[in-house]
Design a protein around this ligand. Structure first.
Ligand SMILES: [Zn+2]
Length: 283
């Protein structure tokens, strides 16, 4: 089998996106959020427990996810076969497709990696909020041991509040080692990006795509996998706030089951091993 999926969940909640609210009101409800993450664990059982929960950090919540209840749940995710990653919502630092303040972004990355690694949690994956990214992010990830990026959504060209924060036009549709000069090109950096599974406008973006589109993307990728020499590794995307209703959870499970017909779910660590093995075999 040559097609691999990584089931990723961005750990965001509704109030964060209500930018008109004062900062304190944009913080999550602790109990509500813990309940939602427990539902993530249940749904992930359909992917063999293999999922990647991205822990949110932003100016709204710096220390929030180090509370004992959350640390316990991050450890539980690891214990049941999943992983956690770093999700920096620092969209305010991006402009014209570039990062204005690398020092601030690195501080944001370390605000999660430092305390979580101290607690014994392994982190190798990163995803930018709103999938924001540019080549200046690559050395930051390298320095902080985040060797997999999940910010790539091929073709994405996103303006937020009048500013360009994500430009993935022309990026490959399968995983690739990023180029130091241009994150959308293959190169020699130590960071591999695993894109969101996509064909043209259809994507494995569970929240917004009909299940028929999920099916078409998975089937298309499986067909490509059969003809290609190497592996295809892509991600599926949903968010923590999507676990709020039974219907949405059912949709998420169905998306997983559809993908399972065409490929295999792996963890971020397994994906990195697959990628490194393939690179060794090529050289
Ligand atoms: Zn997010």
């Amino acid at each position: 089998m040559k097609l691999y999926f990584i089931f990723t969940i961005d750990g965001d909640w509704d109030e964060y996106f209500s930018t008109e609210l004062p900062r304190r009101k944009r913080r999550p409800d602790r109990k509500g959020l813990l309940w939602l993450i427990k539902k993530e664990l249940k749904a992930a059982r359909f992917a063999g427990g293999k999922f990647l929960h991205f822990i949110h950090t932003s100016p709204v919540t710096r220390q929030y996810f180090f509370q004992p209840d959350f640390i316990d749940i991050w450890k539980k995710i690891e214990k049941t076969g999943g992983s956690v990653g770093v999700h920096c919502h620092e969209e305010g630092l991006f402009d014209r497709g570039g990062l204005k303040d690398p020092v601030m972004l690195e501080r944001s990355v370390r605000s999660l990696t430092g305390p979580l690694r101290e607690k014994g949690i392994t982190l190798i994956s990163y995803r930018g909020g709103y999938l924001a990214f540019c080549e200046k992010v690559i050395p930051i990830l390298e320095r902080n041991g985040l060797f997999l990026d999940f910010s790539c959504s091929p073709g994405r060209y996103l303006h937020y509040k009048g500013r360009l924060i994500a430009d993935w036009r022309g990026a490959p549709k399968n995983y690739y080692r990023m180029c130091y000069e241009d994150h959308r090109k293959e190169g020699k950096s130590n960071v591999v990006t695993i894109p969101l599974g996509k064909i043209r406008k259809r994507a494995l973006y569970i929240d917004i795509m009909p299940l028929t589109d999920i099916w078409m993307v998975a089937r298309h990728l499986a067909g490509k996998g059969k003809n290609s020499k190497g592996n295809i590794i892509v991600s599926l995307l949903t968010h923590t706030y999507e676990f709020s209703s039974v219907w949405k959870r059912l949709r998420i499970v169905l998306a997983i089951l559809i993908c399972r017909c065409y490929g295999k779910f792996v963890t971020d660590k397994e994906a990195l091993t697959l990628i490194r093995t393939e690179e060794r075999n090529k050289s």
